[in-house]
Design a protein around this ligand. Sequence first.
Ligand code: ADP
Ligand code: MG
Length: 223
Amino acid sequence: KYKENIKFKDVSFNYPNGKNALKNINLEIKTGEMVALVGQSGSGKSTILDMIAGLNTCSSGEILIDNQSLYNFDKNSFLKKIGYVDSDINLFPCSIKKNVMMFSPNATEKNLLDAYSFSNLNKVIADIENSSEKIINNRGSTFSSGQKQRLCIARALIKNPEIIIFDEATNYLDDKNEIFILENLKKLKGEKTIIFATHKKSILKYFDKVLHIKNGEISKIDI
Ligand code: ADP
Ligand code: MG
């Protein structure tokens, strides 16, 4: 379990095609903080999130977890600590329950119900007969995009991750559900580290710290 912080020290990153996506990023995210990365499309938010998850490796500089290089940790066991939801909906043609429990085979029924309530799915699920066994088809299913996105959120939360990463992961939700999820994330603050990329300025009041990203650089930090 990591205790103190995630730090970027002069992190730059170039994609394999040569595109320089991050320039000398310095940041600190303390354990238990709820942090927003805000910036226009193409500013580098997703690249930073992928760096934190260890999916991209720094071209220069270093990423430290409790002052130890991220790359000293075993990649797979580090990924287990992370609940990552991105803006694309990735569901599989199997039951609702299997979709949500996919990466958490040992989760209990109670964990499942908690994940459904976190994502405001109780009512949706209750309204479906034999709901948990109901098969989801990515196309043409009776689920709305917002409901599908909430299933993706439930899948990340049921992992009981130490670090929760949302990459524009409320983009399909209506305002009411987005606020519901933000309020629930806020309740996890302290216990979990929450990192949330968005281009929406209206929701920034939920966060302890706001990192403004512009052209691959941090242009401003609001605390
Ligand atoms: P954001 O998430 O803020 O919209 P990204 O981190 O996705 O921004 O992208 C930052 C920059 O890196 C953009 O200029 C984007 O076009 C570029 N980029 C993203 N992914 C790749 C990739 N796989 N290969 C090359 N360039 C990329
Ligand atoms: Mg992005």
